[in-house]
Ligand binder design. Structure first.
Ligand code: PAF
Length: 282
């Protein structure tokens, strides 16, 4: 399978396909691939002639040095994982200096109100880093379509804004959250959980599901209070936030409006590992 470690080798690899009019599907990742990534890749393969998967742990989107240092990087396993799905997949694993073309630093974006909610509030600078690296990756790959999981629902909305701001000719496809049988959302960070933490983590899904089940019968403040109380009583998880927000603008909701849809969002620590998840409520 083709593994391109620079923009120039990627361009060479893709040039013939592009010349013959191939549609290119792109799945950007930071590696440590799991079945959630697998489902994005499978969808990209079904909808395009050629699929590029990038594996790049982007330093500018980490606001915590330890999180960056401990981020899993099982490159050989990732290659084998993709090879088993389809050996025709093109892997793009650039060096930071090549991708950034000089200083590895984030650009400052104005994504509007969505960037200061939830992940934006708790991880300052995170979305500037995500926007910067995706702008560079999109320009290197020039995909027809790019695929993102809804586990990072806020990121998905930021990507849509980025594409509009940078006028990038790519279609952004959001894909459903891939969950383990016990409800735990698939995440590269799950690899860092101890067996005990792994057993405790599906509690996040349980509370989201309860919130969804009770959404019609309870007020938003009551649902948030109950979720916060449930996390406070769980010694294995340390809640950073539990929020219910309107789907369109991701602003905190306090009251239901009949024509709106809402989602619940969670960030919680299991030990040092930060987990996020979300669920549509109506
Ligand atoms: O979701 C991720 O894995 C990353 O934020 C992304 C989109 C690959 C950008 O580094």
């Amino acid at each position: 399978m083709a593994i391109c470690t620079s923009i120039s080798t990627l361009q060479q690899t893709l040039s013939q396909k592009r010349a013959s009019g191939a549609q290119i599907g792109f799945v950007p990742t930071m590696g440590a691939l799991h079945d959630g990534h697998g489902s994005l890749v499978t969808q990209a393969l079904a909808q395009n002639d050629c699929v590029v998967v990038s594996i790049f742990v982007n330093p500018t989107q980490f606001n915590n040095a330890q999180d960056l240092e401990k981020y899993p990087r099982p490159f050989e396993q990732d290659v084998a994982f993709l090879n088993a799905i389809d050996p025709e997949i093109v892997i793009f694993a650039p060096e930071a200096a090549d991708l950034y073309g000089g200083a590895v630093q984030a650009k400052s974006y104005r994504f509007g109100a969505i960037e200061s909610a939830m992940e934006g509030k708790h991880r300052p600078g995170h979305f500037d880093g995500v926007g910067t690296v995706l702008n560079l990756l999109f320009r290197a790959v020039s995909p027809t379509r790019a695929y993102f999981g809804e586990k990072d629902f806020q990121q998905l909305q930021i990507v849509r804004k980025l594409v509009a701001l940078e006028r990038l000719p790519v279609e952004i496809i959001g894909c459903p959250i891939h969950r383990a049988e016990n409800g735990l959302a698939m995440s590269s960070r799950n690899r860092r959980l101890t067996p005990q933490q792994l057993e405790a983590a599906p509690f996040i899904f349980k509370i989201l599901k309860k919130t969804q089940d009770e959404f019609d019968s309870k007020s938003i403040p009551a649902l948030v209070r109950e979720a916060e109380a449930a996390f406070a009583a769980n010694p294995m998880l340390d809640l950073e936030y539990f929020e219910i927000a309107a789907t369109d603008n991701l602003q905190t909701a306090y009251r239901k409006h009949p024509s709106n849809t809402y989602r619940a969002f969670v960030a919680a620590f299991a030990g040092e590992v930060r987990l996020i998840d979300n669920m549509g409520l109506n």
